[in-house]
Design a protein around this ligand. Sequence first.
Ligand code: APR
Length: 317
Amino acid sequence: MRKKVTVVGAGNVGATAAQRIHELGYADVVLVDIVQDLPQGKALDMLESGPVIGSDALITGSNGYEETANSDLVIITAGIARRPGMSRDDLLLTNMKIIGSVTAEVVKYSPDCLIMVVSNPLDAMCHHAYEVSGFPKNRVFGMAGVLDTARFRTFIAQELDVSVEDVQAYVLGGHGDDMVPLVRYTTAGGIPITELMPQEAVDRLVTRARQGGGEIVALLKAGSAYYAPSAAIAQMTEAILLDKKRILPCCVYLEGQYGIDGLCMGVPVKLGGGGVEEVIEITLTPEEQAMLDRSAASVRELVDVMRKNQDGDAKAG
Ligand code: APR
């Protein structure tokens, strides 16, 4: 029997991710959205691509959660996307309400699933989904680091005029502007990039990677990136469904690792059939630790805002 993957949110990121997963061919997909007929229409269109691309996987759309029952993996992309001039943090409270209600439905119908959070601001949304789900920490994680490293790897490969396949990057911390690149572990063909380009170039590429999401938003004008994000989602999905145990940077709930306690942050993990099977820890230099601590502080600020808002909601209710 094929595995079952639910994608919540049939917008740019969700629909493109659903398409990529359907095209892999080894998982049935349910696409969910609140907009009437939208997920049904997109799913039927993708299903009808099956004979051409050679995928026998099923893909269906729904406005409810019954059809999602017993999913192995649920990917949450619902929410509003960033508009020009809007920071990820502006999205906080709107997306928090959406992610909270979606997570509660998901858990009701798929109590044993893994949850991959994609909606922004990513680290805070992952934290919220983790708390609302009540799942163990290996079963709730966020997609951010694979995208951030993909952007960084693209720019490094361009700069060095080498294959993207030979460039590996290592990042920690919050998504995007807050990412902490570990340049000494970022390599081309196994060689640290600091050996291959001047510091000025390293700094320039780090800055561009950190602002990579904003660069796309400014160009698209309406909406944010979705081709690279959906590719990152598909890679993580494959690592899980095929139990590949890949080492990928993911956002996970930390309990003391890297000196961070009780917060979801991006770290390298072993990702396989059990979700986050291990957090991989290395010793940081004082400078790297300071950058990571700053990143953690800004995620914690968002989590505190969410907490105050929940308390407010509880009092008002
Ligand atoms: N339940 C299900 N779907 C919802 C809900 C909800 N409660 N609220 C909104 N949606 C749907 C919208 O109807 C829309 O189809 O989520 C979809 C979001 O799609 P887009 O607006 O196209 O946004 P997208 O570019 O896909 O980004 C989604 O991913 O990368 C992040 O920052 C991005 O948080 C954003 C998310």
